[in-house]
Design a binder for this molecule. Sequence first.
Ligand SMILES: Cc1ncc(COP(=O)(O)O)c(C=O)c1O
Length: 390
Amino acid sequence: MDFDFDRQLALKGTHSSKYDAIEREFGRDDPDMIPMWVADMDFPAAPPILAAVQREVNRGYLGYFTNPKPVAEAVAGWYHKQHGWAVDPAWVRFTHGVVNGFGVALATFTEPGDEIIVFSPVYHAFFRQIEAMGRVAVESPLVLRDGVFHMDLEALAASLTGREKALTLCTPHNPGGRIWTAEELREVADFCKAHDLLLISDEIHMDLVFPGETFTPTILAAPDCVDRLIVLTAASKGFNLAGGETGLLIAPDDELRRRIDKVMVDREATPNRFGMLMTKAALSECADWSDAVRGHIAENFRIFAERIGALPGVTVMPMQATYLSWVDFTALGMTDAELVNRVLDAKVAPEKGTKFRHGGSGHLRFNVALPRPTLLEAISRIEEAFSDLQ
Ligand SMILES: Cc1ncc(COP(=O)(O)O)c(C=O)c1O
């Protein structure tokens, strides 16, 4: 089936965070602004997902949701078929999004004052959640080798205080777009074992790998870390369902799951009805859409990287997955405010690099999951914004 990823939906005024929270984020907006910040795609969801929602609307009943087993089976089926991990549906728990699941994991296994290791720059909500819960985020700076991020476990080992309780991994990595290799995952798992750390693996971007690339689930690389592993993921990024606020927490270990369940029951975490139905449809009926959208995104990134990477002093990080392109402007010597304002003046709203903490200054992240004509217009605007440097 052919899908149309080139039609621009009119999203302003639709309660879209990406379109309608620009003023709040940047202190200004423009009716013509192209948003490239929030991690949503501008595409409509796949037809089976829309049909699932439509069926529910037609019935008209919107009460609490129970009996999630068929959704857990869809999750297990997808993980197995797509990523080679034989998940038992009994291991799957549903949270109100991945960040919420991260909070559940922190609440279950850590105490206020505990230190949580994060490899930065990284998705900013990790920091918000850790700090809001009175835990301490400890940054382990990623290092650049061959133009892409690498973890520096030696430096991390040397900096340990003994107060660390958990390590957070993001694979594929946001904002680097790297899929950590089996060997790297193995090393991280060994590190967690050696220092008795819970390993929280956020795999939400697993379904956004570019054609020809392969995603390795953390557990497949390090099966013996099962007694300290919590996997957080969702159908929301790969299938553009973030408004459904449904995250998946997968804990293969019985004891870890028993402790998670206690916290979830205490919080009365009933799943979001629409999010559950959308997740089930996405993971059981939409493989063709997933293939098509990943092809579209990979080509968008190729075009974006070629043109933006040709600007003097600007480096686009190569990536294997996600639609979030990490761009290095540090050679231009601008302040972060100058950089963001220059792009906003050109009517493109980027994600501020500083939100990703260490290593974020002098960088911007651009979401390329746009209809091609919109992407091309955005690229021209960014080129124009930096034309005085040519
Ligand atoms: C790595 C990562 N984790 C979690 C999230 C957010 O997940 P949710 O909206 O389900 O809380 C994002 C969103 O961009 C992300 O990039």
